[in-house]
Design a protein around this ligand. Structure first.
Ligand SMILES: [Zn+2]
Ligand SMILES: [Zn+2]
Length: 277
């Protein structure tokens, strides 16, 4: 027991070898580690180097259906959408929801924004703040409003690596995360937030999710950074939605209640197609 789901993994659908594993390989890794749910959440469409392409979503869906036949576990189709403007726009459109079981949101470098002004004033500005290790109060306010607006505009399930590259006022973001039932991620690659900021989220009543952010199958389910953080900060595990439990996600078109998704008993076999079929 302990972590039962990994809601943040990248696959080969994050282009240019950014994600290393196929859907099957990620699912196999999750299954072998005893997880009950895994989400394939490649980078959003406006990430110019690594982003998944919309035209590849049908094939991703098919890969997920195939993997479900091999591994008796819940495999979710998601995307790690990019926050692309100071108004809180994400790089998804309403039509994308029909394909999604889970929506993650994070800030990333090299994303295409909504206008030249936003490209420089929001995306590039945050990149420079990161390089020079200084973010002005004005930029923090701009970023904070972007996150708040995004949570109000979209049904976001999880904010990924909050405060990484895009610095925000964590208390203000946490207040709206609580209000909108948006989970705060403790990310397996980088925490983003300081210990004090993680505690602020907890005191504000936010719920956490601990994910791997795996870019290769070997790292699927590797959640030690997040687990160490809650241990170190004495945050009760009841504040972590995927610790010995599974949450209800906003976008998940689940046919069974999370508690009905039981761990698999049988070992998966390598899929073989019947020749007589
Ligand atoms: Zn990310
Ligand atoms: Zn990621």
């Amino acid at each position: 027991m302990a972590i039962l789901a990994d809601y943040h993994t990248h696959s080969i659908y994050s282009r240019n070898h950014h994600g290393k594993g196929t859907v099957e390989e990620n699912a196999r890794a999750a299954y072998e580690k005893g997880l009950r749910q895994i989400a394939i959440t490649d980078h959003g469409f406006n990430q110019k180097l690594y982003g998944i392409r919309r035209k590849n979503i049908p094939q991703l869906k098919k890969d997920i259906e195939d993997a479900k036949e091999q591994f008796p576990m819940d495999i979710l189709l998601g995307v790690e959408a990019n926050i692309i403007s100071s108004r809180g726009d994400l790089d998804i459109v309403v039509d994308d929801y029909k394909d999604l079981d889970i929506l993650l949101c994070g800030f990333h470098r090299m994303v295409k924004s909504t206008s030249v002004r936003e490209q420089f004033g929001f995306v590039l500005k945050n990149n420079l703040c990161e390089i020079f290790h200084h973010t002005s109060k004005r930029q923090i306010e701009r970023n904070t409003n972007a996150y708040i607006n995004a949570m109000r505009k979209y049904d976001i399930d999880i904010l990924t690596h909050l405060n990484h590259v895009c610095k925000v006022n964590v208390e203000k973001v946490a207040r709206v995360a609580k209000e909108t039932n948006t989970l705060i991620e403790l990310n397996g690659k980088r925490l983003g937030m300081s210990d004090e900021e993680i505690l602020t989220c907890y005191r504000m009543g936010c719920k956490f999710v601990i994910d791997s952010d795996a870019h290769s199958p070997e790292r699927v389910g590797d959640c030690h950074l997040g687990l160490e953080a809650i241990l170190r900060l004495r945050i009760p595990t009841s504040a972590v939605v995927n610790y010995n439990d599974l949450p209800k996600l906003k976008n998940h078109k689940q046919t069974a209640e999370p508690e009905q998704i039981k761990p698999a008993k049988r070992k998966p076999t390598t899929k073989t197609k019947s020749a007589t079929k």
